[in-house]
Design a protein around this ligand. Structure first.
Ligand code: PLP
Length: 465
């Protein structure tokens, strides 16, 4: 069988799967690990096998364990689907199999990255002249941005972190929200700051940084300081007051990093960009394309206002690498990876297929759907919406009871017409709904609300009989 037939068969398998999205169970059909192993954990063959048979058997054995996270009724975590144009571009990119590390190994990947970087800086309202890198996800975007921050704040204290590392360096403080995402902690560990360097800044009732508390923490110490703020809390979708955070941090000489894994996309919406007021004054921003832009996994985005510490932290050169000429981009000089997947093609296709207006519409429709969840569910006795639904996240509590809330989430997951995950918000269990898929409509919300209400009504704790 030649490659063309095999790739056509592969595309057919993928398309067959996509056709199951409207009506298929949203969660995986099979969750049992032993059942999945039974089909997949065959002995490693001694010799070569037929490629078509390998493909077909892999698809048959894996499909039961595939989550329909591309379904318009998948509301778990913050996953997003895959826009058709982005998915198609990624399929071609697999065929091209480019190493997007440097211009010489893939000139087209380099130019496409350069183009999407410029588009994104404009779309996300970031300062012209900011540098950027395409990473595996927001986690690695944090690592990239905070490495640049480490370089800059230590240089400000007279220390060259690229040569001296952290051994003997002035101590760096990281002022972080009490409600920060866990990937900030891991970035601090990876970069050698350690979690002991994290200084939690108190948040108010809504889980947002209290500017007075931030000012007090800034005043309580000195030396190199980095402030990490959030644009879009992973639970509530809330935004720290970025204008006040940036003003206070800069007055104290600190670097401001913004975790905008999904919330930074509010900048693309005329209706929602006010939430980000002041964000352009920060020093670095981390976000994802694989969440709200709906490109296939994986793609994160790191932006740094001043390219110099960014390049100093990530740049690399060797005799066997062709030095790039003026105006040629080497993607690997802006991220921690050397060899890397050509992520830019899918991002390019997503941005071009939607255009500015399409992206704004995607963001606004998701937010409107989140609002509809809150309105429909919040209207029922015994159901409480715990967050201020400013974006695409909704936190729902049932019977003001942790166990009842977990039971409703479990029943909804089991029923299968939609899927959402549980969380704990400000000490109380909640169903966590994230609307981040390009295909979700108000009809999907209504169908999901019906499933949620049916699950809740079966619970004696709700007292609805
Ligand atoms: C606010 C926030 N920051 C960071 C991350 C990590 O993103 P990734 O999984 O792309 O590394 C997430 C993931 O949900 C998030 O919501």
């Amino acid at each position: 069988m030649d490659s063309r037939d095999l790739l056509t068969a592969a595309a057919g398998h993928a398309a067959d799967f996509l056709q199951t999205l409207p009506d298929g169970r949203v969660g995986a059909d099979v969750l049992d690990v032993d059942a999945l192993r039974e089909g997949l954990a065959v002995p490693l063959p001694d010799g070569p096998g037929d490629s078509r048979a390998v493909l077909d058997e892999l698809v048959a054995a894996a499909t039961p364990g595939i989550v329909r996270s591309q379904s318009p009724r998948y509301f778990g975590y913050v996953i997003g689907g895959a826009l058709p144009a982005a998915m198609a571009a990624d399929v071609v990119a697999v065929g091209w199999d480019q190493n997007a590390g440097g211009y010489s190994v893939s000139p087209a990947s380099a130019v496409v990255e350069e183009v999407v970087g410029a588009w994104l800086i404009d779309l996300l309202g970031l300062p012209a002249g900011a540098s950027f890198g395409l990473t595996t996800g927001c986690q690695q975007a944090h690592v990239t941005c905070l490495a640049a921050a480490r370089n800059a704040v230590l240089a400000g204290a007279g220390w060259d972190a690229e040569v001296g590392g952290l051994q003997g360096a002035p101590r760096v403080r990281l002022l972080v929200s009490e409600e920060r995402h866990v990937t900030i902690d891991r970035a601090a560990r990876i970069l050698g700051f350690g979690t002991a360097a994290l200084v939690p800044v108190a948040v108010g009732e809504a889980g947002l940084i209290d500017p007075a508390a931030l000012r007090a923490e800034l005043a309580a110490g000195d030396g190199p300081t980095i402030v990490c703020a959030q644009a879009g809390d992973v639970n509530s979708g809330g935004f720290d007051p970025l204008d006040e955070v940036v003003a206070a941090a800069h007055a104290a000489g600190a670097w401001v990093h913004v975790d905008g894994a999904f919330g930074l996309w509010a900048a693309a919406s005329p209706r929602h960009r006010r939430l980000l007021s002041g964000h352009a004054g920060a020093d670095s921003w981390a976000t994802d394309a694989h969440k709200w832009l709906n490109v296939p996994h994986d793609c994160g985005l790191a932006f740094v206002a001043d390219p110099r510490p960014h390049h100093a932290a990530m740049g690399v050169s060797a005799a066997y690498l062709r030095a790039s000429r003026e105006g040629e981009r080497d993607g690997s000089r802006w991220v921690p990876d050397f060899s890397r997947r050509a992520r830019g093609f899918a991002v390019y296709a997503a941005l071009r297929s939607l255009g500015r207006e399409g992206i704004a519409e995607l963001i606004e429709r998701c937010c409107a759907c989140a609002g509809r969840f809150a309105e429909v569910l919040g209207a029922e006795d015994g159901i409480e919406i715990l967050n201020d639904v400013v974006l695409n996240q909704v936190l729902v509590r049932f019977g003001d009871d942790d166990d009842a809330t977990d039971a409703v989430v479990a029943a909804v997951q089991e029923e299968g017409s939609c899927w959402m995950s549980p969380t704990t918000w400000r000490g109380r269990r909640a169903m966590r709904i994230s609307v981040s898929n390009w295909a979700t409509t108000s009809g999907d919300v209504d169908r999901s609300c019906a499933a949620i209400l049916a699950a809740a009504s079966a619970l004696p704790a709700m007292g609805w009989d």
